[in-house]
Write a protein that binds this ligand. Structure first.
Ligand SMILES: CC(C)(COP(=O)(O)OP(=O)(O)OC[C@H]1O[C@@H](n2cnc3c(N)ncnc32)[C@H](O)[C@@H]1OP(=O)(O)O)[C@@H](O)C(=O)NCCC(=O)NCCS
Length: 171
């Protein structure tokens, strides 16, 4: 039985390890620590998956922006997300995403942007962001750049460059 809940300070070390082992690198683990210190960090949107009292997965949504010709529109980045290798492919990542999207919606957010596996996120409703008129400020495969409109038509009349806080530059 998996439960999804907001992170607590006593989970920080587990979250670090989950990211480190899932990505086989400390870059994403450090990104989480760095994002916690930014104003775009939303504590209710840093979620952990708990199985048998063990924290085995983590997902983070934090505030980014879309720079349009006339506006600076808030959106969320889904990044990073990770499940401990020995717990992968059991539906834990899916639960984190579905629960996360629900929380984002409850908090009134409208747009989620991800640069991630193009064969994973479409099943949750993510679609190619380029087709919606969005651009990335760095090189990435076009199909990995995806967006989810929490509110239908949230991107109507919104096109432009996605702006990430500097903490993402390390990734
Ligand atoms: C991606 C990740 C969070 C998914 O968590 P999970 O609990 O295994 O996910 P679920 O069990 O809900 O879904 C499993 C699906 O994930 C997909 N998946 C897992 N790892 C993948 C990868 N490296 N590339 C593409 N798809 C992947 C598989 O397609 C699998 O679907 P299938 O069972 O239909 O084949 C987890 O595999 C992970 O931590 N990976 C390493 C870190 C990472 O890549 N994070 C995401 C960055 S965008």
């Amino acid at each position: 039985m998996i439960s999804i809940r907001q992170e607590k300070p006593e989970d920080y070390q587990s979250i670090y390890s989950i990211n480190k082992f899932a990505f086989d690198s400390e870059v994403e683990a450090k990104l989480v620590n760095n994002l916690r210190k930014t104003k775009g960090f939303i504590p209710n949107l840093s979620l952990v998956a708990v199985k048998d009292s063990r924290v085995v997965g983590h997902i983070l949504f934090s505030v980014i922006h879309i720079q349009t010709d006339t506006n600076y529109v808030p959106a969320l980045a889904l990044a990073p997300m990770a499940v401990l290798p020995e717990y992968q492919r059991q539906g834990i990542g899916s639960q984190l995403i579905r629960e996360g999207i629900k929380k984002c919606k409850e908090l009134g957010h409208k747009i989620i942007i991800i640069v991630g596996h193009p064969n994973y996120y479409p099943r949750f409703g993510f679609s190619p962001a380029v087709e919606k008129g969005l651009k990335l400020p760095f090189e990435a495969p076009e199909e990995a750049f995806m967006v989810y409109e929490i509110i239908p038509q949230a991107l109507k009349d919104i096109t432009g460059m996605v702006v990430y806080p500097p903490e993402f530059a390390e990734v």
